[in-house]
Design a protein around this ligand. Sequence first.
Ligand SMILES: [Zn+2]
Ligand SMILES: [Zn+2]
Length: 345
Amino acid sequence: MKFMNSRAALLKYPGNPLQLGEIQLREPRGPEVLLRVKGAGVCRTDLRIVKGEEARPNIKLPMALGHENAGIIEAVGENVVGLNVGDAVAVYATWGCMRCRYCREGKYSLCKEQEIPGQTTHGGYSQFMLVPSFTWLVKLGGLDPVSAAPLADAGTTSMGAVRKVSNRLGPNSTVVVYGAGGVALYLIQVIKALHSNVKVIAVSRSEERRMAASRRGADLAIHPKDLVESVRALSSEDAQVAFDVVGDEKSTALLSQVLSSDGEIVLVGLEGKSLSLPTFETVVWEHKVLGSNYGTLNDLEDVITLAREGKVSLNVRTYPLEEVNEALSALDRGEVVDTRLVVVP
Ligand SMILES: [Zn+2]
Ligand SMILES: [Zn+2]
């Protein structure tokens, strides 16, 4: 068995910056694939993990972070089919056990035994990564792996969230998207790509972010204080669906004020610790709250298709592996607007 070393940015002690080091990977066997990482997206989940605010119970330290990965296939095990050395692929980021009832249905993000690259096992802040099965890889079909990397999480999460409520969206529907960071901007574009007649209202406290939301297709981008009035002015009906990409104590309470009867809040953001909903309105108007975590392999493939057609995109700012902590700091300071940060190892 041959082993190789790969330079990586490692989480050694949560609460401290990542450290450059090396991990050892073995050559792929069976269904495994060795990937040369071309891009690894930096997202708020990474920030929470580095700060020690979010940890999976099965996390193994030291660990190379990075769960939004794309790259070029370097080597394949003897049982890999349909993929070849040199193919550009995105890495689906929830590796299910394949034995539980959720995995059998392709709902890998619900699997309690799931592994997540960069969260429970080595991810893409590394020159190379070992993917346990070729089935977790989706071909990019001409997309640049650097700009495609964020599709492996942020893009797939957006596609997954929209798909879960697609049957609620008709030609006259109004949808609210609370937040205007990377995931929210993907969401706006996915909604418009799949449901072109749906009116989308984006909500953000930041004027710069509201402008980004408008550029990405929102019909209206407003400050939270103007939400109630704006929904009434834009639409004869309240919002059938509201995506909460912030998820703090105030966002759900505000969204419930503009939700139609039988309307649904899709909770995607993880910034808060608990939800706040008015009991009376929730019961009487039968409001629903749906947690939405990631998407399916088909969602990844479909968001890649939309990106190839130019219907989904974000600006990308790249950082070498040595500067990954600077990327995390920029994200933490809230400086990143209309842009996804990508580490190029
Ligand atoms: Zn992410
Ligand atoms: Zn499973």
